[in-house]
Design a binder for this molecule. Structure first.
Ligand SMILES: Cc1ncc(C[n+]2csc(CCOP(=O)(O)OP(=O)(O)O)c2C)c(N)n1
Length: 313
């Protein structure tokens, strides 16, 4: 994906997430983490499988062709959402190749994604799984079991840690004794730490890791260091964050990319303003559409997509 398109998706994410946060106080906003999320999933192709972290899946769904109106419905618990009112951000459109979360348990998606990579390997039809997760989630046992197995069996998977330095109100220094990237050595796989505010750097590293995985050389662990701009959810005013916790110059990944596009003359200020206005109109239309849709009702809370269907006796 070229730099202009990376920026377009980051801007789409920023505008959509900001609108959703203003309407849903429990929304887990991705603001500040767009470069890591967009960069990690920008290179997936037909036949690949995506298992995004719970903070940020909407833009990954959109990049795969999901409908923004249905996503807005999903965020507001409306019947028309892909999840039919269940598990607000987690359930992606399975038909577009997303690993579903069956509950809000952090870490379980790593095991499911690793299983999906095993299925890809066994099918022999190619394809790679991209699995992202938070720095807090990396301390779940699921992480170790998954990466260990993937390394041993050389599964076609790329693990991307979306390290935003926080797990709700806990700073990463209180639960990480060593950099996450260092763990790669213990599994004998490549580990790459990079600036998660630089979408091109993330996209390049993930694309190279995907090629390696597709050649049968196994997984890579990428630690993308970014920053959670706001609170854990929209109405979290972060009273626990002290001035010492905030970097001197928190980098806004959108500003970084915008300036790069202008410096390299890949876009003009007029182009970027036009892009902003187009996205704003799409977001407004999606929010308005969702606001007028019916809430999800009881019939939608079935388990039809969770349990396998059996044929009638
Ligand atoms: C197994 C499990 N433990 C605890 C929680 C509660 N919880 C929800 S979000 C969160 C923080 C996760 O931090 P991280 O993985 O770094 O993701 P971030 O929220 O920073 O994107 C926690 C502890 C959970 N959902 N599942």
């Amino acid at each position: 994906m070229n730099a202009v398109d990376l920026y377009r998706w980051m801007l789409t994410s920023r505008q959509l997430e900001s609108a959703l946060s203003s309407k849903n106080p429990r929304w887990f906003s991705t603001e500040g983490e767009e470069a890591t999320i967009v960069g990690a999933f920008a290179g997936i192709r037909e036949g690949d499988i995506a298992a995004p972290h719970y903070r940020g899946p909407f833009v990954t769904y959109l990049m795969r062709g999901a409908d923004m109106k249905r996503l807005a419905c999903q965020a507001f618990g409306k019947a028309g959402g892909y999840s039919k009112g269940r598990s607000v951000p987690f359930i992606g459109p399975a038909a577009l190749g997303f690993v579903p979360w069956v509950a809000g348990d952090l870490g379980t998606s790593l095991g499911i994604a690793t299983g999906a990579a095993l299925a890809l390997q066994r099918s022999g039809r190619g394809g790679v799984c991209i699995c992202s997760f938070g720095d807090g989630t990396s301390n779940r046992g699921d992480f170790h079991e998954s990466v260990n197995l993937a390394a041993l069996w050389k599964l076609p998977i790329v693990y991307v840690c979306q390290n935003n330095s926080w797990a709700i109100s806990q700073p990463a220094r209180s639960y990480l004794p060593a950099p996450i990237v260092e763990r790669a050595k213990g599994y004998g796989i490549p580990g790459i730490a990079l600036d998660g505010n630089d979408a091109e750097a993330v996209h390049d590293a993930v694309t190279r890791a995907m090629a390696r995985a597709a050649e049968g050389q196994g997984p890579t662990l990428i630690e993308a260091r970014t920053w959670r701009k706001g609170g854990h959810w929209a109405n979290d005013k972060t009273p626990y964050r002290t001035a010492a916790d905030v970097p001197d110059h928190p980098c806004d990944p959108l500003e970084l990319m915008r300036q790069r596009l202008l410096d390299r003359r890949e876009a003009s200020p007029v182009d970027l303003e036009r892009m902003r206005a187009t996205i704003a109109a799409q977001v407004d239309a999606a929010i308005e559409y969702a606001a007028n849709q019916p809430d999800a009702g009881e019939p939608e809370f079935g388990l039809d997509e969770v349990l396998a269907q059996t044929s009638p006796a």
